[in-house]
Design a protein. Structure first.
Length: 240
């Protein structure tokens, strides 16, 4: 298991003369690129010693916690020392001999035992006080990652949205992340004309080359079909 410290990215959209800077959390940008780079690095290091590696398609967060690399926060997100939750995870299989068995049951960070910052900040009530497991059906991430033709439920207040995709409410207020909320590196700007095309749901192969290049650079989503809905909440009051 490997944890890679990863910043947020930012995209600035302009519509009807109004510009909005929207954040993409660390796990959304260059995800596959980060995994590939990590795997190649491990292959080089271990290969020089005669060992092999292969990608492991497994539940990375659970593996990170049970291996001892990280711990769960009360918000069910994986935290790693000196990285907080601003990271990406990667895993490989290897024939490198394992000298110690550090496998253990999933556990919550000790820092969370008397802290309820994420529970208090979550606007949807997805982080409960009476159990550890999230109410996933109330999480903003669950709703803004769904297919673009699925509208946001009426009970979601548009002002709760804070990222182009995903959500950072609970991570921004977490004391374990106090060094990272302003760590933003990648930025792309979309003109009013480009934003209009995205709001209309124009597909990647029909977009101007410069617009398509910006989207590929940010690599925010696997499909463009969620952009009209997700962007709409920031630029139209009634659009859900």
């Amino acid at each position: 298991m490997v944890a890679v410290p990863t910043p947020q990215s930012q995209a600035v959209f302009t519509w009807n003369g109004k510009s909005r800077a929207l954040i993409l959390p660390p796990t959304y940008v260059a995800y596959e690129e980060t995994r590939k780079r990590t795997e190649d690095l491990l292959a080089t290091i271990l290969g020089s010693k005669g060992y092999r590696v292969a990608r492991a398609s497994l539940p990375l967060k659970l593996l990170a916690v049970q291996s001892g690399l990280g711990s769960y926060g009360r918000n069910n997100i994986c935290y790693v020392p000196n990285m907080g939750s601003f990271l990406q995870l990667a895993a490989v299989y290897s024939d490198l001999p394992c000298q110690k068995n550090n496998w253990h049951k999933p556990q919550m960070m000790k820092a969370c035992e008397n802290c309820h910052a994420c529970h208090q900040k979550c606007p949807t009530g997805a982080i409960p006080s009476d159990r550890f497991l999230l109410h996933a059906e109330r999480c903003l991430v669950f709703h803004n990652e769904r297919k673009g033709d699925i509208l946001f439920p009426a009970w979601i207040d548009p002002t709760w949205h804070n990222c182009l995709v995903g959500c950072l409410h609970c991570q921004r207020v977490c004391p374990q992340n106090r060094e990272f909320p302003h760590w933003i590196e990648e930025t792309e700007e979309f003109s009013e004309e480009e934003t209009e095309l995205l709001l209309k749901g124009v597909q990647l192969d029909q977009l101007p080359a410069t617009t398509a290049a910006k989207l590929k650079h940010l690599d925010p989503i696997e499909s463009l079909d969620i952009l009209p809905r997700n962007l709409g909440v920031f630029f139209t009051e009634k659009k859900r």
